[in-house]
Write a new protein. Structure first.
Length: 195
């Protein structure tokens, strides 16, 4: 996939395999155009409704600019974090997508596959190096595993040749997968005869 006019990349950086590096860009591979989005409208005035932030204890409206993030440590007990504290621990992108190893695609359980992206060379200077990396992946006949920082979060990803480009799919971690055999899910799944 070549860089297309009008499409903005989700991420830009460098793809690296051993000593070969090239500038690349990630583009979302799927669209949500089939989704229907509604707004809340006052039928008497035909005006759109705005939502207010309300303090749960006082019932009074609060300006969004005055709000901070909080992490619940016990019921109704929060550790408050301001923007500066969150920025201090934010994971910065290295803008490097390192290919760490090659594995069989069948070795990755389908439940781990998450969001697909097209990976393409960014600019003319990266085309030759991108082609070298793509050819190496085709020769291996395996999926490459790498890591990328997107949206302040490090993600494991699988890269596989797709046409003249590479399909990068983020992978979920083990912690993100619910156990189908856990007690809270077993009774519901059994009632639906899934297990």
């Amino acid at each position: 996939m070549a860089r297309q006019k009008g499409l903005r990349p989700t991420w830009e950086g460098h793809l690296r395999l051993s000593l070969v590096t090239c500038p690349v860009a990630l583009y979302t591979a799927t669209e949500r155009s089939a989704d229907i989005h509604f707004n809340l409208i006052n039928p008497k005035t035909n005006n759109r409704i705005r939502m207010q932030t309300i303090d749960a204890g006082t019932g009074k409206a609060v300006d969004r600019a005055d709000l901070v993030r909080g992490f619940e440590v016990s019921k109704n007990k929060y550790v408050l974090l301001d923007k500066e504290e969150l920025d201090a621990v934010r994971l910065e992108s290295t803008r490097i997508l390192d290919i760490e190893e090659f594995v069989d695609a069948a070795g990755i359980d389908r439940i781990y596959w998450d969001q697909p992206y097209y990976l393409a060379p960014s600019g003319k200077t990266g085309i030759e190096a991108f082609s070298v990396i793509l050819a190496a992946m085709v020769r291996q006949k395996k999926v490459a595993l790498g890591r990328v920082v997107m949206h302040q979060r490090e993600r494991i990803c699988a890269l596989e040749p797709r046409g003249k480009g590479i399909l990068l799919t983020t992978l979920r971690t083990h912690d993100e997968i619910r156990d189908a055999r856990s007690e809270e899910h077993t009774s519901e799944l059994q009632s639906r005869q899934c297990i």
